[in-house]
Ligand binder design. Structure first.
Ligand SMILES: CC(C)(COP(=O)(O)OP(=O)(O)OC[C@H]1O[C@@H](n2cnc3c(N)ncnc32)[C@H](O)[C@@H]1OP(=O)(O)O)[C@@H](O)C(=O)NCCC(=O)NCCS
Length: 309
């Protein structure tokens, strides 16, 4: 091992090194100024497709990004590096970090070198989330290419909701840093509208968007492995913090089941059940009338008004 270079700190949350035997010893440590070079070398191993997934462009990030990413701690963020050390080499094989967002959550970035994928990503993410949670950050957001299956799989296994402001190529998701259901970003705009629908319903999201505020979409109810608290008759932080809960009748198989579950756990929640857009008007002309009732007295309407040409 070179040994001359000072090694920045690990901490208790980074966990102990893992001895893999002949491949070497894996350890996680905090990145620090001076790590730009090792980070640049890690990104240099990525194919253009992976660079696009990580940076939304096929090129490697420049000096400005590298300097900022290894020096996130003064601004409330953090970058962790995974090192693989043998008796005479030391190499960074993965990085993950988060930077604070204006809405009170943090944004995630993560890379694992191609030859080391398989479990490194989920392991490193667990450790990063523990650091974020200890720093008082409740939710971690990530902007992910919709074609990035491995990343979306990791996120789904943790339990997540997604923001409505996604286009067809990317999706912005939110995960809880403590392994439970995410909550609303602390400083997100109101009204906060939660759409309960496992499938993409752009027309419902568009109708909700006309209310302004923030929209989150959750498809976890009744889905195996989704960690939905309603499935265990527990309160859900998303419903708890929502100004209105919209249940899309087409997206949710059994509307009675979810409404009963919400009425049981959140009797004060404001719930609207929406029907498909009427065939009489183009979908884009149909507003979503959030004429809400408390969960125990759910109002069902077609929510269609003629607003003229
Ligand atoms: C995305 C990336 C970080 C994932 O890291 P990884 O070490 O390859 O992660 P894995 O492949 O082990 O994780 C995905 C797998 O773990 C599984 N998995 C993840 N968490 C799991 C959990 N808690 N329980 C069970 N399985 C889990 C997934 O189902 C998936 O399995 P499969 O693909 O083998 O069927 C890595 O592929 C990468 O660096 N990609 C390029 C950059 C990038 O896309 N970054 C993300 C930008 S937001």
């Amino acid at each position: 091992m070179s040994g001359e270079e000072p090694q920045p700190a690990s901490c208790e949350l980074c966990g102990p090194p893992i001895d893999l035997g002949s491949p070497g010893v894996l350890s996680i440590r905090h990145a620090a100024p001076g790590d730009e070079r090792v980070l640049d070398a890690l990104y240099g191993e990525l194919e253009p497709g992976d660079l696009t997934k990580r940076f939304f462009t096929g090129g490697k990030p420049g000096e400005h990004f590298l300097e900022g990413w290894v020096n996130l701690e003064p601004s409330g963020g953090l970058c962790l590096l995974v090192e693989l050390a043998t008796s005479d080499t030391r190499r960074v094989i993965a990085e993950a970090g988060f930077a604070p967002l204006d809405d009170g959550d943090a944004e995630l970035g993560i890379t694992v070198a191609p030859g080391h994928r398989g479990w490194t990503g989920p392991w490193l993410l667990d450790v990063l989330m523990a650091h974020a949670s200890a720093a008082g950050i409740e939710n971690m957001q990530a902007l992910v290419k919709t074609a990035n299956r491995p990343m979306l799989d990791i996120i789904r296994h943790r339990g997540c909701a997604r923001f409505d402001d996604s286009d067809w190529e990317t999706t912005r998701v939110t995960m809880s840093t403590d392994g439970h259901t995410p909550a609303w970003p602390p400083d997100s705009a109101r009204p906060r509208i939660l759409i309960e629908s496992p499938r993409s319903r752009p027309d419902t999201a568009r109708r909700a968007r006309e209310q302004g505020g923030t929209i989150l979409i959750c498809g976890g109810f009744g889905k195996k492995g989704s960690h939905c608290p309603l499935d265990d008759d527990q309160r859900c932080p998303l419903i708890e913090g929502a100004d209105a809960v919209v249940i899309d009748r087409r997206g949710v198989g059994d509307t009675d089941e979810i409404r009963a579950s919400i009425a049981l756990t959140h009797p004060d929640a404001n719930v609207t059940i929406v029907d498909p857009p009427s065939a009489d008007l183009p979908a884009r002309q149909q507003p979503l009338d959030l004429h809400v009732e408390q969960a125990g007295h759910i109002e069902e309407t077609e929510h269609v008004e003629d607003i003229g040409p």
